[in-house]
Design a protein around this ligand. Sequence first.
Ligand code: TXA
Ligand code: MG
Length: 346
Amino acid sequence: MTTQFVKINDVAAKESKAILEEAAKIIKNGGLVVFPTETVYGLGANGLDENASKKIYEAKGRPSDNPLIIHISTPDDAEKYCYTSDIYYALAKAFMPGPLTVIMPKKDIVPFTVTAGLDTVAVRCPANEIANALIEEANIPIAAPSANLSGKPSPTRADYVLEDMEGRVDMIIDGGECEIGLESTIVMIYGDSLTLLRPGAVTYDALCMVCEDVKIAPSVLEMLKENEKPLSPGMKYKHYAPESPLVLLDGDEENVIEYLRNEMKEKKCAILCYNEEIDVLSDAVLLPIGEKEDLAAHAHSLFTLLRDADKKECDVIYAHLPQKNGLGLALYNRMIRAAAHTIKKV
Ligand code: TXA
Ligand code: MG
């Protein structure tokens, strides 16, 4: 398959309209289009077409028991695909369009290939203008996982999509760098309560402002026990793994620096360091992740830096173990997976 690579700078421009029409046509005809969202790039297909959704699993090399999110252009559209509730509309009012995915009981119209056989479906209304315009133009829900090969970091730039997906999809729309850089927050509704399955830019504290009872699924913070079934199938797979081992350092900043200085003498180290540490660690391959307190910057750069770190062919990649507050919880969740839970206390 040849992959068309197209760029949209301004969604309102005349040439963008033609691109979006072409992309929507591909989706309606059962093809695959990669598009930008505010979180990460998505690999989209017609969410109501069994065969089209099967192609997504093939293109990604994704296990067929890992369900897809369907993307809608307005929160009310969820009504057509699942059984909503007051709490859904409260979430929609607070966070949509935006980086929140909500899981609810599915209606028959959604094929089981999309939900991987589950009776529930995940819906999300993205804030990115290109994503939104594409869904509107196609006038169908777009099923889309992150546009990486299974096991690679989610792509936050179109050139990373190209690395993974050239020849596997019909079209890639380059809409620039994704603003947030980590995948959406995922919650499941149970009656009047919510369970957080994947933390993201809509934080635990923000969810608590809308719902009094928000639980955190164990798989968010811990390694699954053998044979344990997580609420979200995706949590059981190894994720975002760089090829060099990633080790997370847990300790006071001075101890971390001292440890790294010793390691640097013996090994080729790549370090995801804070900007403030650049001067003191100058002998290693440094990948600055932002200022220490700027968690949004860390989120924005994490997946890019993991891909870059791999290209440096180092013996080991080091990073700070994130705190679990605010956006830190999402960083913690992604980083312990990328590190296969390797945490070194220093
Ligand atoms: O930000 C995002 O959410 C991006 C963009 C493209 O929208 N999408 C994304 O999709 O991250 P994906 O497929 O890479 O991750 C979706 C996660 C998977 O871990 C999957 O197991 C879970 O959502 N999921 C989907 N439907 C589910 C369901 N019905 N029940 C439980 N978990 C579900
Ligand atoms: Mg993914």
